[in-house]
Design a protein around this ligand. Structure first.
Ligand SMILES: [Fe+2]
Ligand SMILES: [Fe+2]
Length: 358
């Protein structure tokens, strides 16, 4: 299997990381704003409902609409004098503390890191908007088209809320990470409806639910908490669409197609994991005297690294892939070796996917 971004890989001990160091190359990636996407538009003349569960999801979406301007209290202040997230939630703040820096510096580092994370989520939201627009074209059932169209409106609202939060409250929108840009382009340019759904709705929506959920749990700011709570409710519907649609797709797929989907999902997630926050550390590390490569090597050596690293993956995306039969003996041990799959006894294997439909 060919790994993504082969030319950016290097070994840190047993682990292969993806690292971008050439600033002009990163600038070029960001400047590449046109992406050619193969897209076969599909007409359907069946206007009645054919997939009841999707129609139900569309109905849920209609009653759960909200207004990012009116339904959030934008008068609540957000400042880098406060812990916007609990201190443990910020990798940079923890490192600053270990380096003996004062609390004001730790708070500033946490504030920057939050801005960076939310900025990457914002770019991901834009990809979701674009891809969901594609789904309204490529999907073959009217229920899928209606549902996708409703999600396009959800994603526009997420872009509105998060970009306003960043510009009004944090003051900066960080540019997209090079690794993320390449992976999102890969998803947006996928050549079949099945890959588009798997990539965006199952992989990226699954990751987004995990990240948003962890952020909300750690948030100490009521505006941030409420914004994430509302976005998450929508995202849960989106991830549910991915699971429902993929469940139908895997029922119809033969062994070769199943292997192809499993490999593709693994390839994307493996590359995401291989970056190990290096893109973020290269952007923000120097400001706080932190060397990205040194820190990442130290992190990879921690005894509980896999347990921590797997949190995001084990939240939604891997349990969903497992339920779909897209983690088999072909990839399971690799996910485990890469610190992504980690069974923690009690909440071990499954997040029951339908509980996602809030
Ligand atoms: Fe979204
Ligand atoms: Fe979404």
């Amino acid at each position: 299997m060919n790994k993504l971004m082969q030319q950016h890989r290097k070994r840190f001990g047993d682990f292969e990381v993806i690292e971008f160091v050439d600033e002009s190359e990163i600038a070029k990636l960001r400047a590449k704003t046109d992406v050619a996407t193969p897209l076969t538009l599909n007409w359907t003349w069946e206007y009645g409902s054919e997939v009841e569960e999707l129609r139900a999801l569309y109905e849920k979406g209609k009653v759960n609409q909200w207004n990012a301007e009116r339904d959030l209290d934008w008068s609540i202040p957000v400042s880098n004098d406060e812990w916007v997230l609990s201190p443990e939630a910020s990798m940079l703040a923890q490192i600053c503390r270990l380096m003996g820096k004062d609390e004001a510096t730790q708070k500033a580092a946490a504030f920057d890191e939050l801005g960076h994370t939310l900025s990457q989520l914002l770019h991901g939201e834009q990809a979701a908007l674009q891809l969901c627009g594609q789904l309204t074209n490529v999907c073959t059932k009217m229920d899928e088209k209606w549902y996708s169209a409703s999600q396009v409106a959800d994603e526009a609202r997420h872009l509105e809320a998060i970009s306003k939060f960043l510009s009004r409250k944090l003051g900066t929108i960080y540019p997209i990470n090079p690794t993320l840009k390449i992976l999102l382009d890969e998803l947006l340019a996928a050549d079949t409806a099945r890959k588009k759904t798997l990539g965006m709705q199952t992989l990226f929506e699954g990751m987004a639910v995990g990240i948003f959920d962890l952020l909300r749990q750690e948030s100490r700011n009521p505006l941030l908490t409420e914004m994430i709570r509302r976005v998450e409710q929508d995202e849960a519907r989106h991830a549910a669409f991915g699971v429902l649609t993929m469940r139908r797709a895997v029922r119809e797929a033969d062994k070769t197609e199943m292997d192809e989907m499993e490999d593709w999902a693994f390839g994307i997630l493996e590359a995401l994991n291989a970056n190990q926050q290096l893109d973020m550390l290269q952007t923000l590390g120097p400001k706080y005297g932190i060397d990205a490569s040194n820190l990442t090597q130290a992190t990879l050596g921690m005894p509980n690294w896999a347990e921590l690293n797997s949190l995001i993956y084990m939240h939604t995306v891997l349990p969903n892939l497992r339920n779909l039969g897209l983690v088999t003996e072909r990839t399971e041990s690799q996910y485990r070796k890469l610190g992504m799959l980690y069974d923690r006894g009690d909440r071990a294997t499954t997040v029951p996917e339908l509980s996602l439909i809030a």
